[in-house]
Design a protein around this ligand. Structure first.
Ligand code: HPA
Ligand code: MG
Length: 228
């Protein structure tokens, strides 16, 4: 994991993103009142992932044992789309000259309620991860916000004694609350706003929206988890 700032190649989405009207793009009508702006259109998400796949494959091919290949960890639930699109492209013939074997693993991390971090991160191991011993591991995350979830996750994975842990995050939020741990690979640097879509959720809603969007105040109210 890198200690310095995000990768130079990350696309920076400005604090005031260009206004891309929802009605000019295709989106599920049931979300219309609950989104205020499209922050990253789906097409751009996919283009950026294609480039990230080339970069990551080139870097990691050298450190992977050809028999063992790369062990990629999908951080559920928000990472499932990025994980699938990234690993698909890393295995495509156009991506790199040599083929790279990729084994898939899944882990669940949860810390958000509404648009706030609860401050406690729960990590759920879904399958045995003992196989990671001495392997090159790539953690695939949807978003790094404060960095607390990622720190907990890395701490958790160290117990399996992998040879190397690299982290790819589609999004890195520019928040003053960030703890200083940066992913090795970043797709987009995004403003400090709550975003949804492309598997990112607000209380389990919006994962089925393809574009990455800013949730509206109405959306926050409509889908809020009320205290019990
Ligand atoms: N959206 C969805 N999930 C998140 C975010 C966000 O902006 N930040 C941290 N988890
Ligand atoms: Mg979430």
């Amino acid at each position: 994991m890198a200690q310095q700032g995000p990768q130079k190649s990350a696309i920076i989405i400005p604090d005031e993103p260009p206004v891309l009207p929802l009605e000019s793009l295709s989106y599920p009508a049931h979300y219309a009142p609950y989104i205020s702006n499209v922050v990253i259109p789906y097409g751009l998400v996919l283009d950026r992932i294609e480039r990230m796949a080339e970069e990551i494959s080139q870097d990691l091919q050298a450190s992977c044992d050809p028999e063992e290949g790369l062990h990629a960890i999908c951080v559920l639930k928000g990472g499932f789309k990025f994980f699938t699109d990234l690993t698909d492209r890393m295995q495509s013939k156009n991506c790199c000259h040599k083929s790279l074997k990729i084994s898939s693993h899944f882990i669940r991390a949860k810390s958000y309620q509404n648009d706030q971090s609860t401050g406690s991160v729960s990590i759920m191991k879904l399958y045995d991860l003992e196989v990671l011993a001495n392997k090159t591991v790539l953690v695939v995350e949807d978003i790094v916000d404060t960095g607390h979830t990622l720190s907990k996750l890395i701490e958790h994975l160290h117990q399996y004694k992998p040879k190397t842990i690299k982290v790819a995050s589609l999004l890195l939020k520019r928040t003053p609350l960030h703890n200083g741990l940066f992913p090795d690979y970043v797709g987009f640097s995004v403003p400090n706003m709550f975003i949804v879509g492309y598997a990112l959720d607000y209380n389990e809603n919006f994962r089925d929206l393809k574009h990455i969007c800013q949730i509206s105040d109405e959306g926050k109210k409509k889908f809020a988890n009320k205290p019990t």
